[in-house]
Design a protein around this ligand. Structure first.
Ligand SMILES: Cc1cc2nc3c(=O)[nH]c(=O)nc-3n(C[C@H](O)[C@H](O)[C@H](O)COP(=O)(O)O)c2cc1C
Length: 346
């Protein structure tokens, strides 16, 4: 069965799940237009995730995917934390605020307990995808028995092979161009393979279907990925500018300024690609200490951004975007899907 048949969608176009940016309205608009809508729920509590899923189900009868983070939770390294807090102290003091003296684990992992699994089993979205790793065997088994399709991001061939061996249904080949967090399992080791190369490698060595993600902004690029063996494409950045996304005015303006993007681990403790700002130009200095593990580092970054933005300074924001962000178009999500379909047919 093809990915289109399995996901019961008309067009081979998936909205990327984007924590903080995706909304039930955006997910439903994409699904109602023949693509696969998505909810990025990794930063939500179980209760908040449930509200989003139920709202999306109210807005569409078509399938959509939900997404969670599968990182290996780590205890906070107190030395790293102390050094990082000390390093960011001047940045806080610039805004006349004292640096916080502790870091919190702001997001749980899907691996830590079965609360999110139970939510998925209760609400039954068509598909569930995972970033940063593979769910436990008992979790995959429960999803399979419930008929819920599973997808996991891979950034290299070894990850893709592990995903296939675990019995996951579909691999998302996430190339280095991709906006947001690298789905990489071990954040210390990154082969930085570009989407088209990664896709071909995985298609050659794995039997299960592959979806391409990273730097795809128009139908021509999407068609190219399909020609290289992708069964569908997943786009994130291209949808951030859509009216129904949750992006605020500053984020939308930053996207339109034809920005450069760069990958940094300084914001969250894991590598992620976003629009270049103070994180890359001032914090990522060679003498920078090792940031604490994800998501502890993110706690401090979010607090710094909150302090700065309250004083009108957006330069510590995490404006995630892919390397082809300069090709972004300001369109309604439904028009973007139609346009992508037209361009793919050319
Ligand atoms: C704003 C933003 C937030 C993202 N959040 C998530 C997320 O919560 N979960 C996830 O699996 N991927 C996330 N990603 C990565 C996407 O799934 C996808 O790999 C990426 O958007 C593809 O590259 P593109 O942005 O160039 O289209 C995010 C990407 C962006 C741009």
């Amino acid at each position: 069965m093809s990915v289109l048949e399995r996901l019961e969608i008309k067009h081979p176009i998936l909205l990327a799940p984007m924590a903080g940016v995706s909304t039930p309205e955006l997910a439903a608009e994409v699904s109602n237009s023949g693509g696969l809508g998505a909810l990025g729920l990794g930063a939500n509590t179980v209760e908040a995730a449930k509200v989003q899923i139920l709202k999306t189900q109210e807005l569409t009868d078509h399938p959509f995917q939900v997404n969670f983070f599968c990182h290996q939770s780590q205890a906070l390294n107190e030395v790293d934390a102390k050094n990082w807090i000390e390093y960011l102290k001047p940045a806080f003091e610039r805004f006349n605020v004292s640096v916080p003296n502790e870091l919190n684990c702001i997001y749980p992992s899907f691996l830590d307990n079965d609360e999110f699994l139970n939510l998925v089993l209760e609400t039954r979205p068509k598909a569930v995808s995972f970033h940063f790793g593979i769910p436990h065997a008992h979790q995959l088994r429960a999803l399979r028995e419930a008929g819920i399709i599973t997808l996991v991001s891979a950034t290299n061939l070894l990850e893709a092979q592990a995903i296939e061996a675990a019995g996951v249904d579909i691999i998302i080949a996430q190339g280095i161009e991709a906006g947001g967090h690298r789905g990489i399992f071990n954040p210390e080791i990154d082969g930085a393979v570009k989407t088209s190369d990664l896709l071909q490698l995985i298609v050659q060595h794995c039997q299960i279907p592959v979806i391409a993600a990273g730097g795809i902004m128009n139908g021509r690029q999407a068609k190219h990925m399909m020609n290289l063996g992708a069964q569908a494409v997943q786009l994130g950045t291209a949808f951030v500018q859509c009216k129904t996304s949750n992006a605020n005015a500053a984020y939308r303006q930053a996207l339109l300024n034809h920005p450069l993007t760069q990958i940094t681990s300084s914001i969250s403790g894991r590598p992620a690609r976003g629009i270049m700002n103070h994180w890359q130009t001032q914090i990522d200095q060679p003498q920078r200490p090792t940031p604490p593990a994800y998501p502890y580092t993110y706690d401090l970054a979010k607090q710094l951004h909150a302090v700065a933005s309250q004083q009108g300074d957006q330069s510590f924001a995490a404006f995630w975007a892919g390397s082809n962000v300069a090709q972004i178009r300001e369109m309604e999500a439904r028009d973007l899907i139609n346009q992508l379909v037209l361009e793919m047919a050319e």
